[in-house]
Design a protein around this ligand. Structure first.
Ligand code: FAQ
Length: 311
């Protein structure tokens, strides 16, 4: 027999009502949200690194300005998401400590290197494309502060996706060498992008409960399928080839058949063994240590102002 409080909570969710910070919620709901929103925030923050790698080497002033703006947007997304998580009773300091110690996760995709300029195109097109596919439905997620944060984030992500596609267009329709670079970036980012949606539904431990609570609106496999269906024609338009011999339109199911990513590789990346996993955490730890004096100075300044007000 479900406890009456919990029954009322579930009924509100079933009726598409929003849950707000001061409302009663089951412990598991709170914990799941802290985990998912926290991981999402960390992904935005760590996600600045692969693209930050190219800011100083962007090919034109315009491309540099655009990339700089995109990376700044990602910082902003991280900050909104930390605020949303804080409404659940966790502090940003705690989440930061858990990121820096490797206890909390961030998206597997950011453990892959960005080795050419074409990777900036592939990241925008595919990584932001996958992010939008996952995040547009989250605008209707049951937790109010998360749903509202998603609205602005999705607007910015669609700009990011368009700028990535624009880079891919330039490269794919450019010199043979540029086209080769675009194809190479697609080859390397395709399967890692498919992994962004998480393990298959059969392996996804949290999906069933998260979907019942409307924390997640779709299953991992549903969103992965939608992503492939949207992206395959875009690759055709670019004149590029998705690195999957099994990719084929399936009239009966009204979607593409495609190969699964290498799930052993995925779980290995989750364990901290991605090609850039160590480097990413080192970079975040260094940034945190080097920023210590700024945090201390700001706290000292706030203390002084408070003391002056009391005097
Ligand atoms: N990477 O039971 P499930 C961006 C973990 S977009 C790492 O299926 P769930 C924008 C999962 O945490 C990227 N870990 O889990 C941007 C769980 O482990 P745990 C961020 C993953 O939560 C673009 C375990 O596997 N977006 O940053 C991944 O129901 C360009 C079992 O999995 C979001 O976070 C993965 N790919 O579903 C920035 C969106 N997949 O925690 C810069 C919100 C699974 O028990 C540049 N998040 N795991 O230890 C979600 O929608 C969900 O959390 C999923 C995973 C779909 C990612």
């Amino acid at each position: 027999e479900m406890d009456p409080q919990e029954r009322a909570f579930q009924e509100r969710i079933d009726a598409n009502g929003k849950i707000e910070p001061k409302d009663w919620m089951p412990d598991g709901y709170r914990k799941t949200l802290i985990r998912q929103i926290g991981q999402h925030a960390h992904s935005e923050i760590v996600g600045q690194l692969p693209e930050g790698n190219w800011i100083t080497r962007a090919p034109t002033l315009e491309r540099k300005a655009i990339l700089l703006a995109k990376v700044q947007d990602e910082a902003g997304h991280g900050l909104y998401l930390y605020c949303a998580a804080e409404t659940l009773g966790v502090t940003r300091d705690q989440m930061t400590r858990d990121l820096l110690s490797g206890k909390m996760k961030y998206s597997s995709i950011f453990n892959y290197p960005t080795i050419t300029w074409a990777d900036m195109g592939a990241v925008g097109w595919l990584v932001d494309g996958a992010a939008i596919m996952n995040q547009v439905p989250l605008q209707r997620t049951s937790y109010g502060p998360y749903a509202r944060a998603m609205v602005r984030i999705c607007k910015e992500e669609s700009f990011h996706q368009r700028q990535g596609f624009d880079i891919m267009m330039k490269m794919a329709k450019g010199t043979p060498e540029q086209k080769r670079m675009a194809q190479d970036a697609l080859n390397r980012f395709w399967y890692p992008s498919l992994m962004m949606f998480g393990p298959s539904d059969a392996e996804s431990v949290h999906s069933a409960q998260s979907m019942a609570w409307k924390i997640k609106m779709n299953s991992n496999d549903e969103l992965r399928q939608k992503f492939v269906d949207l992206t395959a024609p875009q690759a055709d338009y670019l004149g590029l080839t998705i690195p999957d011999e099994n990719l084929k339109w399936n009239e009966e199911k009204g979607g593409y058949d495609f190969s699964e990513p290498d799930w052993d590789e995925f779980f290995d990346v989750l364990k901290g063994n991605g090609p850039c996993s160590v480097e990413r955490l080192e970079d975040r730890n260094r940034a945190w240590d080097e920023g210590r004096w700024v945090r201390e100075a700001m706290l000292a300044h706030a203390d002084k102002k408070r003391a002056a007000k009391l005097a």
